[in-house]
Write a protein that binds this ligand. Structure first.
Ligand code: MEV
Length: 335
């Protein structure tokens, strides 16, 4: 039996850092995905490989160890954790294709974790249960990363653009918000834990200054919710710019992020801001027009990727005999 499962990456549009103090956030699944093919291994050893990432490793799922045959997969820790918890140690082969750039802040590890869990559950004949997958994927991320936001795995599992309320209730926007975005990222990855700590320390030292800033980010997120519902992309851009100023005031901006933020605006984005924790990592630019122009400008100095929000969360299918081995065919098959 061969199983195919696929899950999207995500991006945070509003509410970074403020969400840690109970303010709302807006995040969404994007049209970049991790796709897993899982089958019985041809030999008596489990294999994890990816042509996209240029690696192959043999796995010892009992000892949670691996032997590299080719390349260097950082993502392997997630796979070993999943297999040790949810697999019976029989030899399997896992083939990953990933069109989410690693380190871009687009939640590649969550997408790989969610899709692998979904594939493994189907392989073992278990019912496809998104709530279970989201919960277990978060636990896996927490074990491997120590501190993981449940938002990444939740968005990757369910898809769509979501609003996380002050009461931690998640609602999907039921608008067909089609705007185009560009994510810009440098090779310097942000360290979420460190940035969260540094904002906390700033807030503790200056509570009367920082608390209103975090509250204002919450208000911006609420206005952004309205702008999305009403499909106002220029208003959304304006709110992104104001939010960026406040993120800067929290000390999570860097020279490189700032350069990308201003370059995106100069190239015609309606707004741009850091996405994620900052201190490295990524920016997001809203591009109702000029997506190509913004993309080109950002790739001149840094890396960038064009994205749109996507309603498609995780899906899983058994591969039928005779079907071509390529994703396009799969897409037709499942739709
Ligand atoms: C990081 O992607 C977003 C933060 O708000 C942390 C979190 O919500 O876990 C900075």
């Amino acid at each position: 039996m061969e199983i195919l499962a696929s899950a999207p990456g995500k991006t945070i549009l509003f509410g970074e850092h403020a969400v840690v103090y109970g303010e709302p956030a807006i995040a969404g699944a994007v049209n970049k995905r991790a796709t897993i093919k899982l089958r019985e291994a041809p030999r008596d050893i489990s294999i994890f490989k990816s042509d996209d990432l240029g690696f192959e490793a043999e796995l010892d799922t009992v000892a949670k160890r691996y032997t590299l045959k080719k390349g260097k997969p950082g993502i392997i820790k997630y796979i070993l954790e999943i297999l040790s918890k949810f697999h019976d140690h029989s030899p399997i082969e896992i083939d990953l294709s990933l069109n989410i750039p690693i380190g871009s802040g687009l939640g590649s590890s969550a997408a790989v974790t969610v899709s692998t869990l979904a594939a493994l559950h189907k392989y073992h004949g278990k019912k496809f249960d998104r709530i279970f997958i989201a919960k277990k994927a978060h636990e896996i991320e927490n074990t491997v990363q120590r501190m993981a936001s449940p938002l990444d795995t939740r968005v990757s599992t369910f898809g769509g653009l979501i609003y996380l309320s002050r009461k931690k209730k998640i609602t999907k926007f039921n608008t067909n918000f089609k705007s185009s975005f560009v994510i810009g990222y440098t090779s310097k990855r942000g360290n979420t834990g460190r940035m969260v700590k540094s904002v906390k320390s700033l807030k503790n030292r200056n509570p009367t200054i920082i608390e209103p800033i975090l509250k204002t980010i919450g208000k911006i997120t609420d206005d952004a919710k309205l702008a999305i519902t009403n499909k106002q992309e220029y208003r959304l851009g304006e709110l992104m710019n104001v939010n960026q100023g406040l993120l800067d005031s929290l000390g999570v901006n860097t020279n490189e992020l700032s350069r990308m933020v201003y370059l995106a605006r100069k190239s015609g984005a309606s707004g741009s801001k850091i996405t994620g924790a900052g201190g490295g990592g990524s920016i997001i630019a809203c591009c109702p027009k000029n997506q190509d122009k913004v993309f080109k400008a950002l790739t001149y100095y840094d890396n960038a990727i064009k994205v749109n929000f996507s309603n498609e969360g995780v899906f899983v299918k058994e591969i039928k005999e005779g079907l071509n081995d390529n994703f396009e065919d799969w897409w037709k098959y499942i739709n």
